[in-house]
Design a protein around this ligand. Structure first.
Ligand code: XCC
Ligand code: SF4
Length: 634
């Protein structure tokens, strides 16, 4: 966090953001940056991971003079415990999302829910094949069996690895995990499991082990963190992605529009924000219905415009081509445009500041999930069994609000970019002509040096989108293909990096490949749970070449990370064999031992590791070096 007071232009590279920020200043609307300033400087114990609140003999803070907590826990234990608690929360967020999808999918399969259907039978069959489920049966029988293996991963009590991990992870990687478990046991004499057995169980075990007086060794704690992260990446998140594709369709290539300029002055604007397409798909469908469009006309609007924010945006843009109003940082700014009739939210990354902010406008801030409540929100309880009815009620509430819009407060930034999106693994393979071979050949020939997957958030401590965009730009210049998800993907879309024109920004080799395939050099692979798509792609390449993921010229990054989910994502990439860049520094600086394990120690065990770098250009060079090193071994 910079010490001096930052000027407006230092807060974001997005002109739409700066436009609304000057409006906010003029009108005295409070933003995330104002609150950050008031919270700064942040507590050093918290930022280095050295504050423990896990029992009430504490809270304990570790310093040179007081190197032990009341119970005797040292810096390494406390830092590791705090880290894996955060990781567990992140894995829980993704996996609880995955569970909701699995439960719904099961009900659809059982014929108990008619508001949703199986939209993609081909995908269902391809999933079934991975589990050796007979695909000659009727669709509902296949669906029931797939639902069973998915739900089992949340509840089975045996010691075997997750069904989904067994079915999806590449052979060599599974062998690596097995070997790591054996090596850890023979080196330490203590059993340390890496292979996750049950998604909920690993999260629970993180909570158990971090309770006062249970697991008090950094390595042991971090290995459980790895196991929990794997339960997320190859479990909860993967299940969410796969079954959402079955229920809502597997994304394919399409053109969308991005940034606050997608809001329309003459229409009822509904923003869907949060994470779960179970809700947003229904809101979009209801809004598009002729009946609702007609109602909107009755109140004087030209129609209804739905736009997304955060990962909900990514879900509906990938599948339905719905425009995206912005990433995480845009949520308050969107309301400040004065044209948002309703902001409809479910779970995750939704600022509780939105309720009070919406009160300054005609905007209805509508919460829907039984898991999430917000101050000053209108709660319209979502229920999968009455999904259409509830979605209609939400849309009607927005239409009603249109009448209250104050023209004096309307201020829509003009910025809009186009983006080519929809790159599911299935779509990528289709574009490649049915097999990963052309991509592998391009990599072997050096036209594409390697692939970097960028994920994650925005963080007001960092100039908004700046790291995302400079890093992306540097990488494609170096003939490195960039893929990614989450708020990075929205940043790239807004900055025009996902247009076909962006091929011009790529190095000669990458440009040639992208031209031949008619794709941008930067590929949108979806929402945060869709980071699992990147794992699946890596697995496809590894299995095709009969190597481990750690042998591939792949690097990951979370350059503006914020949430606990990002801790889990970063860790499952590392655990899957991918070196991962992070900025800002995670709260582990208080323990050299923990830093050592995560940046060095893991290398020999898992092939992946974390590295920290503040400068985008240096980050790109370091990534290139890693990639060139890996290419040598090819
Ligand atoms: Fe949240 Fe998924 Fe981060 Fe964006 S990127 S701030 S987690 S919405 Ni996943
Ligand atoms: Fe302090 Fe130990 Fe309790 Fe943590 S668990 S608060 S270090 S006494």
């Amino acid at each position: 966090m910079p010490k001096e007071k930052r000027e407006l232009k230092d807060l974001s590279i997005d002109p739409a953001v700066l436009d609304i920020l000057s409006l906010a200043k003029q009108k005295n609307y409070e933003t995330v940056w104002d609150r950050l300033e008031r919270q700064s400087p942040h507590c050093k114990f918290g930022s280095s991971g050295l504050c423990c609140r896990n029992c009430v003999m504490g809270p304990c803070r570790i310093t040179e003079k007081t190197p032990k907590g009341v119970c005797g826990a040292d810096a390494a234990t406390i830092v590791a415990r705090n880290l894996i608690r955060a990781l567990a929360a992140g894995a829980a967020a993704h996996s609880d999302h995955g569970r909701a999808v699995a439960v719904l999918f099961n009900e659809v399969a059982q014929g108990k829910n008619k508001d949703y259907q199986i939209a993609d039978e081909a995908k269902l069959k391809s999933i079934a094949e991975k589990f050796h489920i007979h695909t000659s049966q009727d669709i509902t029988s296949i669906a029931k069996e797939v639902a069973r293996v998915a739900l089992e991963d949340f509840g089975k009590q045996d010691e075997k690895a997750l069904n989904f991990l067994e079915a999806y992870a590449p052979q060599k990687r599974k062998e690596t995990w097995q070997k790591v478990e054996e090596a850890l046991f023979s080196q330490t004499g203590k059993k340390m499991g890496i292979l996750p057995r049950n998604i909920d169980r690993e999260i629970t075990e993180c909570m158990h082990r971090t309770h006062m007086g249970v697991d008090n060794q950094a390595l042991s704690l971090l290995v459980q963190g790895v196991r929990t992260a794997l339960a997320d990446g190859w479990g909860g998140s993967l299940i969410a992605t796969e079954l959402q594709d079955v229920l809502f369709g597997t994304p394919d290539k399409k053109v969308i529009k991005a940034n606050l300029g997608v809001l329309k002055e003459d229409q009822v604007n509904i923003i869907v924000h949060g994470h779960e397409p179970i809700l947003s798909e229904q809101v979009v469908a209801a809004a598009m219905s002729p009946e609702m469009q007609e109602k909107a006309k009755e109140v004087g609007a030209q129609g209804i415009n739905v736009a997304g924010i955060c990962c909900t945006a990514n879900e509906v843009l990938m599948r339905l081509g719905v425009p995206v109003a912005g990433n995480m940082i845009h949520q308050e700014l969107a309301i400040m445009t004065g044209v948002v009739e309703a902001m409809v939210v479910d779970v995750q990354c939704i600022f509780p500041s939105l309720g009070p902010l919406a009160k300054c406008f005609h905007t209805k801030f509508i919460s829907t999930s039984d898991r999430a409540a917000f101050p000053e929100a209108v709660h319209i309880q979502f229920d999968e069994h009455h999904a259409r009815e509830v979605a209609q009620k939400i849309v009607e509430t927005a239409i009603e609000a249109f009448k209250e819009r104050d023209p004096q407060k309307v201020h829509i930034p003009q910025e809009v970019e186009e983006a080519v999106v929809g790159f599911s693994v299935e779509e990528i393979i289709k574009i490649l002509g049915g097999s990963p071979k052309p991509l592998v050949d391009a990599i072997l020939a050096g036209k594409i040096k390697g692939v970097v997957g960028i994920v994650g958030c925005n963080n007001p401590k960092i100039k908004h989108d700046a790291f995302h965009i400079s890093l992306t730009k540097e990488l494609i210049k170096k003939d490195i293909l960039v893929i990614g998800t989450g708020c990075w993907a929205i940043a790239a879309a807004k900055a025009g990096f996902m247009k076909l024109d962006a091929q011009a920004l790529a190095g000669e080799g990458l440009k040639e490949v992208c031209k031949a395939l008619d794709i941008p050099p930067v590929l949108h692979m979806g929402s945060c749970v869709d980071c699992s798509r990147m794992l699946v792609l890596a697995a496809a390449l590894a299995d095709y070449l009969k190597v481990d993921i750690s042998d591939l010229p792949l690097v990951g990054s979370a350059p503006e990370w914020t949430t606990e989910k990002a801790v889990s994502i970063g860790t499952y990439f590392v655990a899957s064999g991918v070196p991962v860049h992070l900025w800002p520094m995670p709260p582990i600086g208080g323990s050299e031992e923990v830093v050592g394990i995560l940046t060095e120690g893991v290398k020999d065990l898992l092939g992946g590791y974390f590295f920290i770098e503040e400068d985008p250009v240096k980050t790109a060079s370091r990534m290139e070096r890693i990639i060139m090193e890996k290419r040598k071994a090819f």
